[in-house]
Design a protein around this ligand. Structure first.
Ligand code: DQA
Length: 140
């Protein structure tokens, strides 16, 4: 069974309530339950933290024996060299994910400090971005 770790960064614990016009009104837990039903042959583990160091710890903790990581680093995408280095430090392929199309938003969201270390990037498809990232990892 393939093991995939989903990691959500800061403020993504508020999905469903946070800026629903941008991020939709579906809480992540319900979406994740649907994803697990749709991919019964994949072990899908989930972690969310608002703390940069905890995200780095989860990448270290899973990146040596999972088949892939789906990472929505939230605003740390645009600021964190430490996350870039953590992704580079582990062998597991990491897919950068965003719910919104960051390129259609403020200029500071157009820059990703982590993308260069990622296998690929999916953004702009709402929560379906996570499923598309999963498909990409499973096709590896
Ligand atoms: C986000 C986009 C980021 O710019 C933002 O800081 C987020 C969410 C997204 O999923 O669209 O927190 O990563």
């Amino acid at each position: 069974m393939k093991k995939i770790q989903i990691i959500n960064g800061p403020n993504l614990n508020l999905l469903g309530r946070r800026e629903p016009g941008v991020y939709g009104s579906e809480p992540f837990e319900g979406f994740l339950a649907g994803l697990r039903r749709r991919y019964p042959d994949v072990q899908l583990d989930y972690f969310q933290s608002n703390i940069e160091g905890e995200l780095i710890g989860k990448i270290h903790g899973t990146g040596f024996d999972y088949d892939g990581i789906i990472l929505n680093a939230g605003a740390y995408t645009h600021t964190s060299v430490a996350l870039l280095d953590a992704i580079r430090a582990v062998p597991a392929p990491v897919v950068e994910v965003h719910i919104s199309n960051v390129h259609a938003r403020e200029a500071f969201r157009h820059v990703s400090l982590i993308a260069a270390a990622c296998r690929g990037v999916v953004c702009g498809f709402g929560l379906d971005s996570y499923r598309l990232a999963l498909e990409g990892l499973l096709a590896q």
